[in-house]
Design a protein around this ligand. Structure first.
Ligand code: SF4
Ligand code: SF4
Length: 275
């Protein structure tokens, strides 16, 4: 795969979560359900009962033992700390309940923009065609400009139009790097791929829930938007896969022998797990 310019590596670093600099936005703004691995069912906008006064989680060290898979898997692409810091110090959903809904809406928009930027930066490292690269750089620049705006301006953005352009561009990159394109959602729920050679396969938007990918060869396979919950990626080399996100990895089942692309982290709870 191509190397990307250091500036873009820096941009991608900004899209990593920093919960210490956030006011627990995901733990309030999002709908949560017990079946998805959260402590309780709750509506969007209602704070989780485990948020402490300093916005930390009072069961953080027990999330693994309590099997809170939803909490462990969630990744906001850095939207939480970004939005927390868009507001003056001391202005947050708890101290300013009248502004809470606005803060949550801005968070949801910035989350989408950061997610698209994450994909675009990866696309830039993969694209071969120079025109396509230039389109990607333009879209990244637009994304940066949008998220640099004030909260009231962010609320007025036309994110849908931007998303259409991003999707078209990502599709072109995915087609450039993979060798099989079906163009429709594929259902591989629970499928056992049995150490298959899946090099160049396009799993974009596929349902990979509980699929067994252990030991498969996955060079240049694309997982753009695939649902990876409980997919078995133990002892599997995903280092050359395209469009994987931290949330997909966190929701899958790996171990200390799972190899990931450079921009993703092995979940702590996997590190002691061997074959
Ligand atoms: S919104 Fe993001 S940064 Fe904030 S607590 Fe959640 S994951 Fe962490
Ligand atoms: S348990 Fe902790 S991490 Fe999970 S939603 Fe509640 S506060 Fe957030």
């Amino acid at each position: 795969m191509n190397k990307i310019d250091g500036n873009y590596v820096g941009l991608q670093e900004k899209l990593k979560i920093d919960c210490e600099k956030c006011s627990a936005l995901c733990c309030v703004a999002l709908f949560c359900s017990r079946t998805d691995g959260f402590p309780a069912n709750k509506d969007a906008g209602i704070p989780c009962k485990h948020i402490k006064n300093d916005f930390r989680c009072d069961i953080h060290s027990k999330l693994v033992s309590k099997k809170m898979r939803g909490c462990l898997a969630y990744d906001c692409f850095g939207a939480g700390q970004k939005v927390t810091q868009l507001y003056p110090f001391g202005v947050d959903w708890k101290s300013n309940p009248n502004q809470a809904d606005e803060i949550f809406q801005v968070f949801m928009i910035v989350f989408q923009l950061h997610q698209m930027e994450w994909y675009l930066i990866e696309a830039l490292s993969l694209a071969v065609d120079e025109h396509l690269k230039s389109d990607i750089m333009e879209l990244i620049s637009q994304d940066e400009q949008m998220t640099a705006q004030r909260p009231d301006e962010i609320l007025r953005l036309d994110v849908d139009s931007y998303r259409q352009n991003v999707n078209q561009t990502l599709k072109k990159v995915s087609e450039e790097i993979t060798t099989s394109h079906s163009g429709c959602v594929k259902d591989f729920f629970g499928k056992d791929f049995k150490r298959a050679n899946l090099d160049g396969r396009d799993f974009s938007m596929s349902l990979m829930i509980a699929a067994n990918l252990e030991g498969c060869s996955l060079r240049h396979a694309s997982f753009l938007g695939a649902d990876m919950r409980d997919a078995n990626i133990k002892n599997t080399d995903l280092s050359q896969c395209a469009f994987l996100t931290q949330m997909q990895i966190n929701s899958a089942k790996g171990n200390g022998n799972t190899k990931l692309p450079q921009n993703l982290l092995l979940p702590d709870s996997w590190k002691e797990l061997g074959a």
